[in-house]
Design a protein around this ligand. Structure first.
Ligand code: FE2
Length: 401
């Protein structure tokens, strides 16, 4: 493959992909450029650089008319449902997202080590990671969103912070918040619970109800998070998220009992995302709650604890069946939601791989429930344990988006 400038593109060349452009156009399908007019069309669409396959360049003056011409498609048409994008970009993005997620875990572990050893944590790599999260979310948010559903029961502290960061990024993008702010939000979210490293294990991991004294010890983690970030030189939004994510609108939160307007929109977002992830998390001592039940609890907490308007937007953004949710269809096929459907949330795209009827794995199949030809409907959310399904196996085999 060769990457060339659009000015070098000649009729007869085979365009593989767009590598640089001013807009967000994707070519609908790969193929030969037949005419100069076709090239001009690509130029006009803001395409600056493309990848061509020199082995397929046609030498005759008459290119193969059977092959499709690459056609620019308006942004609104491409999104995630474009098959070209699905085949070529989604799987690549999953690999990149997984790498970022693993980096995040390593970074958190290093930060825990630094604090335990009495050293300040190094903020720069966290900011870099937050920026990487953001780039991935803007390329294809389903990849990182999916990883937030892949939980290990014993890695809560690490995974919770990473998940809150990813969900904050996705939520902030949904709200149209500008890039620089999103990086601060995701950095703050990545480190919001870092103070828990100073909470004694017996309190931190206690399965049952905490006593009043234990609860006070637990509450200090937000204060510790704030201090740790300030000592590391952070200021502003990220520090606010760390210190204030347990504050509630009616003033009944902790550690400062702030209320109403004293709690910024960014902190309000963080408190919603933090509780959502905590409720849906699988823990050693409890099963993860279904998103729809977690939304209900958050809704019951409005307006006393949470901002109702923001919560509504968060639910719209995440969807009733978020990407990565295991669901059963009326045909008894079981699979993972791989694309949410914001207009009809009950009709996402599902990748099925198991038959509940025959209790066995099946061939992998993509079913778009919004497709009029699809007779299947989404019946219920199910747990991997219900069918002894090893989700990790499918994750490793990269069948996810
Ligand atoms: Fe917290």
């Amino acid at each position: 493959m060769n990457v060339i400038s659009i000015s070098q593109l000649q009729p007869g060349m085979f365009v593989q992909s767009v590598t640089k452009q001013t807009g967000r156009i994707k070519i609908k399908n790969q193929g030969w450029v037949k005419t100069q007019a076709g090239i001009d069309k690509l130029k006009k669409a803001g395409i600056l650089e493309i990848e061509i396959d020199p082995d397929k360049t046609l030498t005759s003056s008459e290119p193969d008319t059977q092959a499709p011409t690459p056609t620019p498609t308006p942004k609104a048409d491409i999104k995630k449902r474009d098959p070209w994008l699905k085949v070529h970009s989604s799987e690549q993005e999953m690999g990149k997202a997984k790498k970022l997620y693993d980096e995040a875990k390593t970074l958190q572990q290093k930060a825990f080590g630094d604090i335990k050893a009495g050293r300040d944590i190094d903020i720069a790599p966290f900011k870099e990671l937050a920026s990487g999260f953001m780039d991935s979310i803007f390329r294809n948010q389903d990849a990182l969103a999916c990883l937030t559903q892949m939980r290990q029961k014993d890695a809560y502290l690490l995974e919770h912070s990473i998940n809150v960061s990813i969900l904050m990024g996705i939520f902030a993008k949904h709200l149209g918040i500008e890039r620089d702010i999103i990086v601060e939000l995701t950095t703050g979210a990545l480190l919001h619970d870092i103070g828990k490293i100073k909470t004694p294990d017996e309190v931190l991991n206690k399965p049952g109800r905490l006593s009043d004294d234990e609860f006070k010890v637990m509450q200090n983690h937000a204060l510790h998070s704030k201090q740790i970030l300030e000592e590391a030189g952070l200021t502003g939004i990220a520090v606010d998220i760390a210190g204030l994510h347990h504050e509630r609108l009616d003033g009944k939160g902790y550690p400062f009992a702030k209320k109403g307007d004293e709690i910024s929109q960014y902190v309000r977002m963080a408190s919603i995302v933090d509780v959502y992830d905590a409720l849906t998390a699988e823990r050693v001592y409890k099963a993860g709650m279904e998103p729809i039940k977690a939304f209900k609890i958050l809704k019951d907490g409005c307006p006393d604890s949470f901002d109702g308007e923001l919560l509504t937007k968060f639910i719209q953004c995440i969807g009733i069946h978020p990407v990565g949710t295991l669901v059963k269809l009326s045909s008894q096929k079981v699979g993972l939601v791989t694309e949410s459907n914001p207009t009809t949330p009950l009709k996402p795209v599902v990748k099925t791989f198991y038959s509940a009827k025959h209790s066995r794995y099946t061939e992998v199949q993509d079913i778009d429930l919004a497709n009029k030809k699809t007779a299947d409907v989404l019946e219920s959310t199910v747990k991997p344990a219900d069918y002894n399904i090893d989700l990790e196996r499918f994750y490793k085999n990269s069948i996810l988006p």
